[in-house]
Ligand binder design. Structure first.
Ligand code: 5GP
Length: 179
């Protein structure tokens, strides 16, 4: 059985999201074209809702969901969109809101896919930027927290569909792991 070690408290999460929301508001301030926040399901939904309530903007909201095909957890997995946005992104400023950028493959794929649609701009915000397993150059534009390694849960992030409702971000300690 795994156990959890808090790495960012509920208060730290909420304060940091407010700071990033303010950076995002500043960055899109005064743009003429519509701004669309695209939530990457499922993991980003809590961060997305927190961010949305803290920005000083009135963005449209859309949701995408990705499916990975391939052997288990190997990095050779193919990513596809299993749920697409429901509106045209033509001429709009698009902010992808992702839970974690890990290998960078998901964000790289989404940037490619949404970038084909005539957007005015395309940027990425994430709750957690993980550095250990980066495979592609996919640096997010707005980052709440950076972690070197480990598997994290809480704030929408799961381990086997558990722990999404925790308001702190926790590292999972698996029983065979040294502490
Ligand atoms: P990528 O490797 O394509 O950058 O990240 C793909 C997805 O893997 C993330 O959106 C996230 O859903 C999942 N992921 C990567 N690292 C973690 C982690 O530490 N915890 C959880 N819960 N999901 C993770």
């Amino acid at each position: 059985m795994e156990r959890l070690e808090p790495i960012f408290s509920s208060q730290q999460v909420s304060e940091r999201i407010a700071e990033v929301a303010s950076e995002i508001s500043q960055s899109y301030k005064g743009v003429q074209e519509p701004v669309v926040f695209v939530c990457v399901l499922k993991g980003a939904f809590v961060f997305f809702a927190d961010l949305l309530r803290r920005v000083d903007l009135q963005p449209e909201i859309e949701f995408v969901r990705l499916a990975s095909y391939g052997a288990g957890t190997t990095p050779s997995q193919e990513v596809t969109l299993s749920q697409d946005v429901e509106v045209s992104l033509q001429g709009k400023h698009v902010l992808i809101v992702e839970d974690i950028v890990d290998t960078g493959r998901t964000v790289d794929y989404l940037r490619g896919e949404l970038g084909k649609r005539g957007v005015a701009s395309l940027e990425v915000s994430c709750l957690i930027h993980k550095l250990e397993r980066r495979e592609v150059d996919a640096d997010p534009n707005f980052v709440c927290f950076t972690v070197d390694s480990g598997f994290v849960v809480g704030c929408g992030l799961d381990y086997a569909e558990r722990y999404r409702g925790l308001s702190a971000i926790n590292r999972v300690i698996f029983s065979q792991e040294k502490e």
